[in-house]
Write a protein of this length. Structure first.
Length: 260
């Protein structure tokens, strides 16, 4: 436990001593805030149009739902932003160690591979959690001017914790496969994008293959969380995928020790 804590603290310090954490958090919050503001302004425009048509005795306007038209759309936007941001959070975790040569010290130290890997994983996940939690201010603002249903909001954030853990596990695996951080970013983005779009292929596959492809979709499992439904099959999927990627990462790092 002490070895894990040492790696965790080292990684957290490396994030906040350098400008990495601040730049990534700043860019993410700027983009998410800008998009949240636009989604909210669009909803406000629909409300005005609905009111004007109601005064004129005209129909044809859909029922306005704050959660569906603002909260769900904002969560959908966050999906895509994290697809771009998480590769930058994970790219250095092992690739930098390899390039600088400090991976050799880790391999010859009394630290176990799993302690190193978990320390890096939870440090990155902690930073991810901090950044995600900062977006709660948007919904606090929404609460001042409206009455959103907080059930789907909280379940949506829970889903993002599971999604983030999966994304980070994929990123750590990619970082362990190379010593070039740019290559690590591209590998991570490519793998995440593949599992983002994999359910598209289900439209052109047989019944059995279609079910498998849909099950492997990262985003398909997030939809229930965004609707306020916490399904154990979605939780099991994210946890299983995360553990599998972390297991592969451990094997990749261990293989380096065996080659020495």
């Amino acid at each position: 436990m002490r070895n894990f804590a040492a790696v965790y603290i080292k990684e957290m310090r490396s994030y906040f001593v350098s400008p990495v954490a601040y730049v990534i958090a700043g860019v993410f919050l700027f983009l998410s805030g800008y998009l949240f503001r636009n989604i909210l302004m669009q909803f406000n425009l629909w409300c005005l149009q609905f009111g004007q048509r109601a005064q004129m005795g005209m129909g044809g306007m859909p029922a306005l739902n704050l959660n569906e038209m603002v909260v769900t759309q904002f969560f959908a936007v966050m999906d895509f932003i994290w697809l771009l941001v998480i590769p930058m959070l994970t790219m250095r975790l092992f690739a930098e160690e390899k390039k600088s040569g400090t991976i050799e010290l880790l391999m010859t130290s009394p630290l176990r591979t799993i302690e190193v890997m978990l320390g890096k994983f939870f440090a990155c996940f902690s930073l991810y959690g901090i950044i995600v939690s900062l977006t709660l201010i948007y919904f606090l603002i929404l609460e001042v001017y409206g009455s959103p249903d907080w059930g789907p909001i909280f379940s949506g954030y829970l889903g993002y914790l599971f999604l983030g853990a999966t994304f980070i596990a994929v990123g750590i695996l990619a970082s362990a496969l190379t010593e070039n951080q740019i290559v690590a970013v591209l590998l991570t983005f490519g793998m995440l994008l593949l599992f983002w779009l994999i359910d598209w292929s289900a439209n052109f596959a047989g019944p059995t293959a279609a079910k498998i492809l849909q099950y492997l979709s990262f985003i398909d499992h997030l939809e229930d969380f965004q609707r306020g439904v916490i399904d154990t099959k979605d939780v099991v999927f994210y946890l299983s995928f995360t553990f599998f990627c972390l297991f592969l990462t451990t094997r990749v790092i261990e293989s380096r020790r065996w080659r020495r």
